[in-house]
Design a protein around this ligand. Structure first.
Ligand SMILES: [Zn+2]
Length: 83
């Protein structure tokens, strides 16, 4: 698997549409290639943003939802309370 393969497979990798072998190949490549890792992360964030904007689409995965809720809670704690 090279960078070009990963770029093509990034979307399916994020959506978990790849088979086990494809996922493993991308994963192995991402461990060694920071450029592709950054690229996949960008695509992932773009997809999340797109879903948020649409407000519909597929339901968020529980893991993502937990992470979102955790960061939301952390963010609201940072804000000064008015007491
Ligand atoms: Zn690469």
């Amino acid at each position: 698997m090279n960078c070009e393969h990963v770029a093509h497979a990034a979307s399916d990798y994020i959506d978990r549409k790849l088979g086990l072998r494809g996922r493993f190949g991308v994963w192995m490549h991402l461990l060694a290639c920071s450029a592709c890792k950054a690229y996949v992360e960008q695509v992932r964030l773009a997809k999340l943003a797109l879903r948020a904007v649409r407000g519909t689409a597929e339901p968020a995965e529980p893991a993502n939802m937990d992470a979102l809720m955790a960061s939301f809670r952390a963010e609201s704690k940072k804000r000064p309370s008015d007491s």
